[in-house]
Design a protein. Structure first.
Length: 225
């Protein structure tokens, strides 16, 4: 079966018209399980300053009963960011995140899984903050990090089937989580109206890519997509 062919787009108005149609079809056919918009109920969990770097953790509601955590790191004393990079974490990058930031914020991250610390990675972040008014933010969608499901293969299959029974998929709802993480980040005074870069890798890079279609994102850095 041949795919329908579209004439080339020659102007911005036509592109926007087609884009609106495609987004509507994605919402209807792929992301129909998304819930209605609800308050983020964004609350600060903790904030600490170490070696000239401030890290703040915020909890927000993505979809009941999922309360997810957004971490924001920046130069201490900085009141406004020039840009902020939101890292969408998978299982591997969640451990890398912990290894980097437990170097100095071990007490604040003591409730998370213990992993080897990475002093070199922290120093690289610290130097970046010294030179640029940038922020680094991190969010782990449901099923990753603090909300990880049972790792046994049988349990993973059972969890995915539960999403299917609700007319959803795990990846579809993780895409929703990333959207809500972007919204939470853009609601903070330090990053309000600040360009957001979205960064991720592997399968979660695909999740981040879809989320970027529905939120205001300046740039995408997708690795091993």
């Amino acid at each position: 079966m041949s795919l329908p062919k579209h004439a080339p787009v020659n102007d911005k108005a036509e592109w926007e018209k087609r884009g609106d149609t495609w987004l509507a079809q994605l919402k209807e056919k792929t992301f129909r399980g998304w819930p209605a918009e609800m308050p983020l109920d964004l609350k600060q969990a903790w904030s600490a300053e170490k070696n000239g770097v401030r890290m703040t953790a915020y909890d927000f509601t993505s979809q009941e009963p999922y309360r997810l955590r957004l971490y924001v790191a920046q130069r201490a004393g900085l009141e406004k960011l020039d840009l902020v990079v939101l890292n969408v974490l998978d299982d591997r990058s969640w451990k890398e995140f912990l290894g980097t930031w437990r170097t100095k914020f071990a007490d604040e991250l003591k409730d998370e899984t213990a992993v080897p610390t990475n002093e070199e990675a922290f120093t690289a972040e610290q130097q970046m903050f010294e030179n640029f008014a940038w922020g680094m933010a991190y969010v782990a969608p449901r099923g990753v990090g603090p909300t990880a499901f049972d790792a046994a293969e049988k349990k993973q299959t059972q969890h995915r089937r539960r999403f299917y029974l609700l007319g959803q998929t795990l990846e579809g709802m993780q895409t929703w989580d990333v959207r809500r993480g972007i919204q939470a980040l853009q609601s903070l005074p330090v990053s309000r109206e600040t360009p957001v870069w979205l960064q991720s890798q592997r399968q979660m890079a695909g999740v981040a890519l879809y989320a970027s279609l529905f939120e205001k994102v300046k740039r995408l850095d997708l690795h091993e997509l």
